[in-house]
Design a protein around this ligand. Structure first.
Ligand SMILES: Nc1ncnc2c1ncn2[C@@H]1O[C@H](COP(=O)(O)OP(=O)(O)OP(=O)(O)O)[C@@H](O)[C@H]1O
Ligand SMILES: [Mg+2]
Length: 253
């Protein structure tokens, strides 16, 4: 296993943001191989910023990001991809005007042709539903199929740690469950360290091995998903956020 007590990804006392005022204020997170770790928290808590900080896309003013015990803080994105860090950003990270096959092949742009073909086959084993949709233009696909394509594309580089930013945004309750169980949970069960950021806290916490509750850039609670779900204080923490974090309201429309 890894040289870091089994933790593929470890974030230590991270301070990061966009200008002078940090958004992430001293955050510790650990993501072991084969575990689904979720970060939940209200809008603007800094969840996306945390993922961007891991990828060196925002200004880091303190702390370290470690991969298998080695610092990767502020590494160039291409080095991170080569070293096994995969990322599916918030929103649809797929190209509508391209076919599914082309989207997947783009995910393997760092690979030589033979390995790319091998990884495409592996991605289709993970997501068999995509096999007979390879020729579809992504622009004609459903929300769930698009997310599947986006995650499959990230898997082309066989990441050891996969960062997912709200993969269920805009999806119905049924598709949300499908994405969380058949994508995030399934990849963790097959050995990937998965760090999932979700606003649909209830659904995500049900699947999570471990959860961090991020509030205003700080970890307010860190515990197994079930414990966070059952903690009476956690509902309270989010009441100020409007609908309540644990409500998982259906998306409108
Ligand atoms: N590019 C940016 N420049 C300046 N400030 C930003 C930028 N992006 C985000 N912020 C600010 O950083 C804070 C955290 O934003 P972030 O997007 O990380 O929140 P989040 O937890 O992902 O929210 P959501 O659940 O809505 O996706 C917010 O106050 C936001 O306004
Ligand atoms: Mg976000």
């Amino acid at each position: 296993m890894s040289a870091d007590n089994g933790h593929v990804l470890r974030i230590e006392q991270l301070v990061a943001g966009y200008g002078d005022t940090p958004v992430i204020r001293g955050v510790d997170v650990e993501v072991p191989a084969g575990k689904l770790v979720v970060v939940v928290g209200p809008n603007g808590a800094g969840k996306s910023t945390l993922l961007k900080a891991i990828l060196g896309l925002v200004n880091i003013t303190g702390g370290e990001v470690m991969l298998d015990g080695r610092p990767i803080t502020r590494s160039p994105l291409e080095d991170l991809a080569r070293n096994g860090v995969g990322y599916v950003p918030q929103g649809d990270a797929v190209f509508d005007s391209m076919r599914v096959r082309e989207n997947l092949e783009m995910g393997g742009y760092l690979l030589d042709k033979a390995l790319r073909a091998e990884r495409l086959e592996q991605a289709l084993e993970l997501f068999p539903d995509l096999r007979h949709k390879l020729k579809r233009y992504v622009g004609t696909m459903s929300g769930g199929e698009r997310r599947m394509t986006a995650v499959a594309r990230a898997m082309m580089l066989a990441p050891r740690v996969l960062l997912l930013d709200e993969p269920t945004a805009g999806l119905s309750a049924a598709l949300t469950k499908m994405v969380l169980t058949e994508q995030a949970r399934m990849l963790a069960d097959r050995g990937t360290a998965v760090l999932l950021v979700e606003q649909k806290a209830h659904a995500a916490l049900e699947q999570a091995d471990w959860a961090y509750v991020l509030v205003q850039g700080e970890v307010a609670m860190s515990a197994p998903g079930r414990e966070v779900l059952e903690d009476p204080d956690m509902g309270e923490v989010f009441l100020g956020g409007g609908s309540g974090l644990l409500a998982d309201a259906e998306p409108a429309g």
